[in-house]
Write a protein that binds this ligand. Structure first.
Ligand code: NAP
Ligand code: GDD
Length: 337
């Protein structure tokens, strides 16, 4: 039985990847960090909490990772741990740099010390493209990061390639575009909206506040993206791959489609920070813009070209934006009953 070690197993991708690897017959060991209250709700919701072996690590503590790799002897390591919320990286840039950038070196060093044969996956991101230099973005598109998070991820991306080239470690980078699910953290825009629409639908909330309505993203389904991570470690040679749907939609459209799913049509009135979204039938305000949710530097639009992953890995995004909104909203309506 092969063992895989996942950092960030308590996060959205960590939980889905653990589920996928368990079904593939792996023994799955997950690194979690000590918090004042444990954060295992995703593993519980997937019903796999008792199937994974949980080990306490902190990605900031290289020794903790060395000890675990030595103990559990994985053949594959998936580095998903990060301070992953872009907005938070502006208020906590140093922490973000330590965790999201230097944390990657801690894991790579642990591999170099314990066993250089371990295959390594690094969670790179479409945020590397930031102020996009090309449409759509692919593996060869120049990077232009726009936040402390994206700058930290740029370091993580290049240090992974550096360890690949310097020490011949099988180190792959997945440049993943936004991927969402019912397990998405509630601070991210898609889930913030499905949760709020569900609460409005269930009569628990009147309206919600939002930031930049015109930001556009390429949103896919996380459950499919973790399969791509695994495929990247099954190739002959380590490489870098983009995973994306190739479709782009705005935050505004996401709000509209979520309300449509509960038979509400939004009428937009006003402009900029004064813009509001009303229920076209009742005239009740459902959405207000709040500039507190704007970012000091914004990424206006991301859309990916995943043709390399399709050609070389046989990976393709099947679930597109409307179906994704429906999956997430249905779950949030059930949760908020
Ligand atoms: P997530 O839900 O925010 O999960 C992040 C994970 O990192 C959590 O398990 C968190 O643990 C852990 N973590 C944070 N700081 C840590 C530390 N100091 N030591 C150990 N673990 C720590 O993120 P996600 O959406 O699953 O994304 C997974 C990875 O892919 C991240 O690296 C993210 O940056 C990257 N990525 C995500 C997307 C996307 O659209 N989802 C796209 C591209 C790249 P706690 O539970 O204790 O907080
Ligand atoms: N979170 C949030 N909250 N975002 C909002 C809001 C709001 O109220 N209103 C508008 N937005 C806009 C943001 O300004 C951004 O342009 C867009 O919605 C998406 O924001 P997030 O959902 O927070 O995701 P992200 O694109 O910044 O980052 C996510 O995707 C990256 C991949 O491109 C994260 O998962 C990153 O970890 C990941 O690397």
């Amino acid at each position: 039985m092969k063992t895989a070690f996942i950092t960030g197993i308590t996060g959205q991708d960590g939980a889905y990847l653990a589920e996928f690897l368990l079904r593939k017959g792996y023994k799955v060991v997950g690194g979690f960090r000590r918090l004042s209250s444990p954060n295992f709700w995703r593993l519980e919701e997937l019903g796999i909490l008792n199937e994974v072996q949980l080990e306490e690590i902190d990605i900031l503590d290289a020794a903790s990772i060395i000890r675990i790799l030595d103990k559990v002897k994985p053949v594959e390591v998936y580095n998903l741990a990060a301070q992953s919320f872009v907005a938070h990286s502006f208020s906590n840039p140093i922490l973000t740099g330590n965790v999201t950038a230097l944390g990657v070196t801690n894991v790579l060093e642990a591999i170099r010390i314990v066993n250089k044969e371990i295959k390594f996956y690094q969670a790179s991101t479409s945020e590397l493209f930031g102020r996009a230099q090309e449409i759509p973005q692919k593996e060869t598109t120049p990077f232009y990061p726009r936040s402390p998070y994206a700058v930290a991820k740029l370091y993580g991306h290049w240090i992974t390639i550096n360890y690949r080239e310097s020490y011949n470690i099988f180190a792959a980078c997945g440049i993943l575009f936004n991927h969402e699910s019912p397990l998405r953290g509630i601070e991210f825009v898609t889930r913030k909206i499905t949760d709020a629409v569900a609460k409005i639908y269930n009569g628990k909330q009147d309206y919600f506040e939002i930031g930049n309505l015109n930001a556009k993203r390429d949103w896919g389904y996380a459950k499919e993206y973790v399969v791509g991570m695994w495929l990247m470690l099954q190739t002959q040679k380590p490489d870098t791959y983009v995973l994306a749907t190739g479709e782009v939609h705005s935050v505004r459209e996401w709000i509209e489609v979520c309300f449509e799913l509960v038979n509400k049509k939004i009428q937009w009135i006003g402009e900029g920070v004064s813009e509001i979204g009303k229920d076209s039938k009742t005239g009740k305000i459902l959405v207000k813009v709040n500039p507190d949710f704007f970012r000091p530097a914004e990424v206006d639009m991301l859309i990916g070209d995943a043709s390399k992953a399709k050609k070389e890995l046989g990976w393709e995004a099947k679930v597109k934006y409307k179906e994704l909104a429906e999956i997430m909203l249905r779950k949030d309506i059930e949760r908020n009953k």
